[in-house]
Design a protein around this ligand. Structure first.
Ligand code: RFL
Length: 407
């Protein structure tokens, strides 16, 4: 929400050069980059620290993103604990097909649960680099974004009073359901939307992984996915109708469908376990262009949503954060505004590249279950091409692993 005259019921305004709205991977990375350069900032987060440190979401992080974190002193724990993945497996038409992307490209994926990364980034930001952060804030509002003196206000959870923070820049890193995107007036940005028309039942099972790699099942009943998260917990996905009620999916129904859709000749049955998360995600995307309005710079899911089909969202959030953090530091410490001027186009190149791959992959995953025999036929042709043509395999591997340029 935005307005120009916010400051009723306020105490004395605080001042920080930068206010970061949202303590997810994007916001915390921006905050850490600023603090490393001694640029003061305030991070505002609606949830508690304990909540964000335990919220499970992504797991797959691309190599260039880990290098970017490492260069900024943010990957020590990750590099100790993350798993290195070198191959994945597709199961379709009752057979297993191994895809050895490391052997093809020399590149790999990292798997590190998002909540571990968030925990590392909060600790580094708040406890090591001394960054200011307020948890549990309510009703965040942005003001005067199209002037040189923007501000952000929020209701303090302890006092119930609206606090005002004056600043030079606002980093909008509050995810898909935040308020910063809505602060861009209609007509000042274009929002492109895509909807795949399917849902995924996202599951976390208290069960060890049932394969030594990520497994994708392409089945007439719908897509299914298996992803290791730790020795005790495995993430699964089941394609379902969009907006489906998770309560329609009993423990028995979930495991019957997973066994069926991920079943293949020679594949051992899945190890079943208690379902500790069960939620339906509708598979849709959006992109906001430009990602800038006045002194507001959007980053991560606040600017663009990529359905988790290709596991790209957190990677894009980190890419934006690297560019934004570095650009603000260059401006504040050297008066160099080129990074801020080029921020939006530099982010959007990668965003659209990943959107396109996600679109392509969605058809591979969902065509077989669309009920349309034409789409089912072309889906299987795509899969056969990946496993039949080394050049097609290489092209797929490059997109699956993500653009390998450093952020
Ligand atoms: P986040 O992580 O949503 O963080 C935003 C933060 O802002 C807070 N917030 C507010 N704070 C202040 N004021 C407000 N008004 C606020 N409103 C919200 C929120 O509480 C939160 O702490 O956004 P960010 O930093 O842009 O990061 C984006 C990623 O979280 C997201 O793209 C990924 O989780 C997507 N994703 C995956 N991405 C990958 O790269 N690899 C994966 O393997 C992968 N798997 C996934 C995923 C997303 C999933 N879900 C749940 C949508 C798997 C799943 C199931």
């Amino acid at each position: 929400m935005t307005s120009t005259s916010p400051h009723t019921n306020s105490g004395a305004p605080q001042r920080f050069p930068v206010v970061v709205v949202g303590a997810g991977p994007a916001g915390l990375t921006v905050g850490n980059i600023l603090r490393a350069a001694s640029v003061d900032c305030l991070v505002l987060e609606t949830e508690t620290r304990a909540f964000i440190e335990q919220r499970p979401r992504a797991g797959v992080i691309e190599e260039w993103a880990v290098r970017g974190l490492e260069r900024r002193g943010l990957a020590d724990t990750l590099l100790e604990r993350a798993q290195r993945h070198t191959e994945c497996e597709f199961r379709f038409a009752g057979e297993r097909h191994r895809f050895e992307y490391f052997e093809l490209t020399g590149r790999h994926h990292w798997v590190y649960p998002q909540q571990f990364l968030v925990t590392d980034l909060v600790r580094e930001y708040a406890d090591v680099r001394g960054g200011a952060i307020r948890f549990g804030v309510r009703d965040v509002e942005l003001h005067d974004l199209d002037t040189d003196h923007p501000s952000v206000s929020y209701v303090c959870p302890d006092t119930g009073r609206r606090e005002v923070v004056r600043c030079d820049f606002v980093a909008g890193c509050d995810g898909a359901r935040g308020v910063t995107r809505a602060a861009v007036p209609a007509g000042r940005a274009r929002v492109s939307r895509g909807d795949y028309g399917v849902g995924w039942l996202a599951l976390l099972a208290e069960a060890p992984p049932s394969a030594d790699c990520v497994v994708f099942g392409v089945h007439p009943n719908g897509f299914a996915g298996h992803m290791q998260r730790s020795a005790e917990v495995t993430r699964y996905y089941l394609e379902c109708p969009p907006g489906d009620d998770p309560e329609n999916w009993s423990h028995d129904r979930v495991w019957t469908e997973l066994q069926l859709r991920l079943g293949a000749h020679g594949a051992p049955p899945l190890t079943e376990g208690r379902l500790i998360e069960k939620r339906v995600l509708d598979m849709h995307n959006y992109v906001v262009e430009p990602m800038v309005y006045g002194r507001l710079f959007l980053a991560g899911d606040a600017a663009h949503l990529t359905a988790p089909i290709a596991a790209k969202g957190m990677n894009l959030a980190l890419h934006d954060a690297f560019l934004l953090g570095d650009a603000i530091v260059a401006y504040v410490t050297k008066g160099d505004g080129s990074g801020l001027d080029g921020y939006s186009p530099a982010c959007l190149d990668r965003v659209w590249d990943y959107q396109e791959f996600s679109h392509w992959l969605s058809e591979v995953y969902h065509g077989a279950s669309s009920g349309d025999p034409y789409r089912a036929g072309t889906t299987l042709a795509r899969l056969r091409r990946i496993f039949g043509s080394p050049k097609a395999a290489m092209a797929f591997a490059e997109q699956y692993l993500g653009l390998n340029t450093d952020g």
